[in-house]
Ligand binder design. Structure first.
Ligand code: DC
Length: 226
């Protein structure tokens, strides 16, 4: 699908824990747009590979597994449900093991190519708020509105720590901070679709902002262009 014609998109990129997901979901609801969580797609592909016992060093097998995956993501009522081959993996794709291994798939050209096609298909059907790492740079270069959300590493780790704690999961703060730092470094330095702000993206540092403030800033801008 030719990305040159897909313009009705709010593209939101940034590192882990910058507040993209929650803000993007809220923005989609405000604008009446579809919401596309592309991280969930890489997570689902990784979960499927692990579940199938695929050798994570075998690029051909990983690409094939991703292409064969029957993926359904439902975002109704502000609640996400992810089905892979008919199995509910909503919780499983957020596990530390999946999070740790995603980098094995997200740097493979054929894996990205397949998921990017799905992403463009979704956004060609309805105006969409799309969230990920390469939305503004690669997937939707003609998006009318692009944001790059960032926050200090400490603040991003703190948010993730609180999020896990609210789910009853106790983790070591320093280990979590290190894990986020390593994951971001891998994403920013990979050869294919590295994380970086698009030249025409509006950068928002969310370190000292509330969720409402972030959503308000994005909505104000989006309303000017849509
Ligand atoms: O947003 P998230 O933490 O659920 O994303 C999980 C991983 O997927 C992240 O570490 C990088 C990768 N990813 C990617 O490479 N490209 C995207 N568009 C979205 C996520």
């Amino acid at each position: 699908m030719d990305p040159e014609h897909i313009t009705e998109v709010v593209a939101i990129d940034g590192p882990a824990g910058a507040g993209k997901s929650t803000a993007a979901r809220r923005l989609a609801k405000l604008l009446g747009f579809a919401f596309l969580d592309t991280g969930a797609m890489y997570r689902a592909a990784t979960w499927r590979a692990l579940d199938g016992g695929i050798n994570l060093g075998d690029h051909t097998a990983l690409a094939l597994s991703t292409q064969q995956m029957d993926l359904r993501i439902d975002e109704s009522d502000g609640k996400q449900t992810v089905l892979v081959d008919g199995r509910d993996v909503t919780e499983a794709i957020r596990s530390p093991e999946v999070t740790r291994e995603i980098y094995r798939l997200d740097a493979i050209l054929e894996v990205r190519g397949h998921l990017v096609e799905l992403q463009r298909h979704v956004a060609s059907l309805r105006p969409t708020v799309a969230e990920g790492r390469d939305m503004g740079t690669v997937v939707f270069p003609r998006a009318k509105c692009k944001f790059y959300l960032e926050a200090s590493l400490d603040e991003r780790a703190r948010r993730r720590f609180e999020e896990l704690r609210s789910k009853g999961i106790e983790v070591d703060f320093q280990a979590l901070r290190d894990e986020i730092e390593i994951r971001d470094r891998k994403t920013m330095t990979r050869a294919i679709s590295p994380l970086r702000p698009a030249d025409d993206a509006i950068r928002i540092d969310t370190t000292h902002l509330t969720l409402d403030q972030v959503v308000d800033q994005m909505a104000a801008r989006a309303r000017l262009v849509f």
